[in-house]
Design a protein around this ligand. Structure first.
Ligand SMILES: Nc1nc2c(ncn2[C@@H]2O[C@H](COP(=O)(O)OP(=O)(O)O)[C@@H](O)[C@H]2O)c(=O)[nH]1
Ligand SMILES: [Mg+2]
Length: 510
């Protein structure tokens, strides 16, 4: 945690508590050579094959439908043409004899790759970039929800610079390095995002083949050294290693920092970052370059694949603005980042299971709580005793009752205490017994064997999905985990939300 020594202030002087950046100390930027090959997301490939198969089958069904309903619907010429014998004999067309092989081959080709790349992922990423398109990318370096916000910030910066954002995978900084990575598209529904937001979005695995052994050189901006004063190197991240990128960083000018000289706020505004994407402000700031760790090359920041080391601290108005309804990175991006259908299905099954209901039946309205403890204990400098720091369960119960009342008033739905789910990083079994004594149910991933059934990533992702699908939510102030769930429940479910204040005795008194 970097910001425990004081509270931030906005430029107007208003005190502002930052979100917890519970990042493990950022590792110095030193040459790093791959010692092992990252796992390859085979699922993506299978998905493409599956999509192609589904496209073929759907086309067949459509054609068949057109033939059978030819009295009312005009039939396309291809469906009317008498099929040649060799087409009829083709195994692919056995069930759909009016299709020609060429049609079947042609369709998946156009549907399989997003329009912002030349084709399938290539060994070197530049071979897949279109000459008429500009791109933007950045890396991750914190807890998972901080990282989700970082990608939201990246995508928003893409919107305002007319560039296609390219997101990489999620890295397991808080759940153990041996958990491996999970792709963005295994968590968030990329196609739904594109369709509903109207914003282009690419995953790195759609650009560069994850199995490639080619190391690509890339010039990027080093924002980190311009916004904080303790680490004299770009923000460390394992993502360039996973992508086999050899980065040469150019130090960004001091004016990217929103409040110059102020150590407790690392924000740089989206528009100050955007200035570096255009020639007038880019060119005068070139030259302060670090050699790339592997090939030792000195590169200016790339203009085709614009790149910044770390965008968690990007903001429009002030840090912690995800709490504010104006936050553009939520309104234009985060709001459209829905869970994949698979995650949603498993989350719904989990909710029903802990309520003792049939797994695949309808999910009843419920309230979820997120209590964040763990490393937040290092933010307790205002608490006289350790017990005074975190909100006690009766204080949380008061917030739950507020949410119950609001849902009853606004929607006429009464949610009993037995339909309240607790999610938390707390390990203390005594505390959990008290949770159950409130009448609430525990989301217990050990008992549910979530890691064994799915992956190490699933407890945290499922808890976030479960929080987001409730009609009410009670979260922990300053936890990015809670902050995102609060916004999802507000915008997706028109739900009732409260955040519990903490850090000293009576912090949530109201
Ligand atoms: N499964 C699970 N993990 C949690 C929960 N709360 C915190 N964690 C873990 O702690 C990390 C906290 O980091 P982050 O996601 O950045 O949220 P923040 O630190 O609360 O702002 C998460 O990524 C999880 O690994 C919880 O309710 N459920
Ligand atoms: Mg965090």
């Amino acid at each position: 945690m970097k910001e425990q020594y004081g509270h931030s202030r906005t430029q107007s002087g208003l005190p502002l508590l930052p979100y917890a950046d519970t990042t493990p100390p950022s590792t110095p930027f030193v040459p790093s050579f791959r010692t092992r090959t990252p796992p390859i997301p085979h699922r993506r490939k299978s998905l493409l094959v599956l999509c192609a198969f589904v496209s073929v089958v759907s086309l067949g069904v459509l054609a068949s439908f057109a033939v059978h309903s030819s009295r009312s619907i005009p039939v396309a010429p291809v469906a009317q043409a008498p099929p040649a014998q060799d087409v009829l004999d083709s195994p692919v067309n056995a069930s759909f004899p009016y299709l020609h092989d060429d049609d079947i081959v042609a369709l998946p080709d156009t549907a399989e790759y997003p329009p912002w790349v030349n084709g399938p992922p290539t060994q070197r990423f530049r071979d897949n970039l279109r000459n008429d398109t500009q791109y933007i990318t950045s890396w991750l370096s914190a807890g998972w929800n901080n990282d989700v916000m970082t990608y939201m910030n990246l995508i928003y910066l893409g919107i305002i610079t007319d560039r296609v954002p390219v997101v990489a995978m999620f890295t397991p900084s808080h759940i153990g390095g041996d958990a491996g990575v999970i792709t963005f598209g295994e968590v968030f529904d990329v196609q739904r995002f594109r369709d509903e937001s109207g914003t282009p979005l690419l995953e790195w695995l759609e650009v560069k083949d994850p199995e490639s052994e080619e190391v690509d050189e890339l010039g990027c901006w080093n924002i980190w050294e311009a916004v904080q004063y303790y680490e004299h190197f770009p923000r460390g991240s394992s993502i360039p290693d996973w992508l086999k990128l050899d980065i040469s960083y150019t130090r960004a000018p001091d004016w990217v920092k929103q409040i110059p000289g102020y150590e407790h706020d690392k924000c740089s505004t989206f528009w100050s970052l955007a200035r570096l994407a255009y020639p007038e402000d880019r060119e005068p700031n070139l030259g302060n370059i670090l050699p790339s760790p592997q090939h030792g090359v000195f590169l200016d920041p790339d203009e085709h694949m614009l790149c910044y080391d770390y965008l968690y601290y990007a903001c429009a108005g002030h840090m912690s603005e995800y709490d504010s309804s104006y936050a553009p990175e939520w309104r234009y991006v985060g709001k459209y980042m829905h869970w994949t259908e698979e995650i949603q299905t498993i989350a719904a099954q989990y909710v029903n299971r802990v309520f003792g209901l049939p797994e695949d039946g309808p999910v009843p309205p419920y309230i979820s709580i997120h209590v964040r403890h763990g490393d937040f204990s290092t933010w307790c400098w205002d608490a006289e005793t350790p017990e005074d720091c975190f909100a006690p369960l009766p204080v949380i119960a008061r917030r739950v009752r507020e949410v119950q009342d609001e849902i009853l008033q606004r929607k006429g739905i009464y949610i009993p205490m037995s339909r309240v789910i607790m999610t938390s990083d707390e390990k203390d079994e005594e505390w959990w017994k008290e949770v159950v004594a409130q009448g609430w149910v525990r989301m217990d991933h050990d008992a549910l064997q979530t890691e064994q059934r799915y992956t190490r990533w699933h407890p945290v992702i499922l808890d976030a999905a479960i929080q987001s699908a409730g009609l009410g939510f009670v979260g922990t102030d300053r936890s990015t985990f809670s902050v995102l769930s609060r916004r999802r429940v507000l915008d997706w479910n028109d739900g009732a939300v409260r955040m519990v204040l903490w850090g000293r005795k009576g912090a949530d008194d109201h």
